[in-house]
Design a protein around this ligand. Structure first.
Ligand code: SF4
Length: 316
């Protein structure tokens, strides 16, 4: 969608999205918090947009970071709240700064000025009305960057359908395929059904079957954080993707560390081991999947090794 069309489209959907702040149903928790009256929802957020950080990120997947970095904005709060969250300081401990719309517009435009390849919105779901309003203003002021929606995958299909025309690339976690694991670690037994619906919808309706041309961002990338002692679940997820959405590039992350409440959960109390990593590596090779596998010993940067020849090239 061109910037002008995006502006018009946001004008159309904004009032309905905004209504959620009175009785919030933006994410699958449907907790109906009256955020306008300053009630906090399960995501920990009221009406005030809160940002933890924003910067040019060089550690995302190669087509997202490109050569000049991804203009990444980390929002505080989260509707999923995994016990092992790797970003718990701002997703659950609520670190961050209340940010007015005008400031968010400035952040977006500054990231573009600094040379960002795209605008990478990290965990934006619970702030969608505020973010889209700021995005509309930024577009009116000349923002041209592609928009990346970087999400835990805990999304409602109706909301995804609604905002899809404003999004250029979906960077989605696929965390669980087993509802018991999803319940135990993220208090959401529905997660597997929800993510399957979202991936299938995007794959079939949002250009997800197209491999990008050189320099383009893929319309969808699926990320999966491999959990220790849960290799069978990772294997099931890879097989599901291979069967149902084989053209989507996959980003396999091996960087898991037992952060936050993970120390209370015996099976996920440790990092991944070499044997588990090798099992996943072998399956990826067998299935001949597209994407990236994070190196085994790399804790700081998501600088994956491409496991099939990267024909897309890095965006200039
Ligand atoms: S976005 Fe937050 S307030 Fe809204 S339904 Fe989800 S958890 Fe509740």
């Amino acid at each position: 969608m061109t910037p002008n069309k995006k502006i018009k489209y946001i004008e159309k959907i904004y009032p309905e999205l905004l209504k959620n702040l009175e009785s919030c149903r933006l994410c699958p928790r449907n907790c109906q918090a009256n955020r306008i009256k300053n009630e906090k929802g399960y995501c920990g957020q009221n009406k005030d947009l809160k940002i933890y950080n924003s910067f040019l990120h060089f550690g995302e997947e190669p087509p997202i970071s490109g050569k000049r970095g991804s203009g990444t904005i980390f929002f505080s709060g989260c509707g999923l709240r995994c016990v092992y969250c790797q970003n718990y300081q701002f997703s659950q401990l609520d670190n961050g700064r209340v940010t007015e719309e005008a400031e968010l517009v400035k952040i977006m435009l500054n990231l573009e000025k600094k040379g960002a390849q795209n605008l990478n919105l990290v965990t934006p779901t619970h702030f969608l009305p505020q973010i889209l309003k700021a995005l509309k203003t930024a577009l009116e002021k000349g923002l041209k960057l592609p928009i990346v929606y970087n999400s835990s995958g805990y999304e409602k299909k109706g909301i995804v359908e609604k905002i899809a025309p404003t999004i250029d690339s979906w960077l989605l976690d696929f965390k669980y395929l087993n509802s018991k694991t999803a319940e135990k670690h993220s208090n959401s037994p529905r997660y597997p059904n929800l993510i399957k619906k979202i991936v299938s919808y995007l794959y079939n309706h949002e250009n997800g079957q197209n491999r990008p041309n050189r320099g383009q961002i893929p319309p969808i990338i699926i990320r999966h954080l491999i959990l220790p002692n849960h290799i069978q679940e990772s294997i099931a997820i890879l097989n599901w993707i291979n069967k149902n959405s084989p053209k989507i590039p996959i980003s396999m992350m091996s960087q898991y560390q037992p952060y936050f409440k993970a120390k209370h959960y015996q099976p996920i109390k440790r990092p991944l081991n070499q044997k588990e990593y090798n099992q996943i590596k072998q399956l990826i090779e067998e299935l001949n999947l597209n994407g990236w596998l994070q190196e085994f010993i790399t804790q700081k940067e998501m600088a994956g090794v491409y496991f099939k020849e990267d024909k897309t090239g890095l965006p200039d």
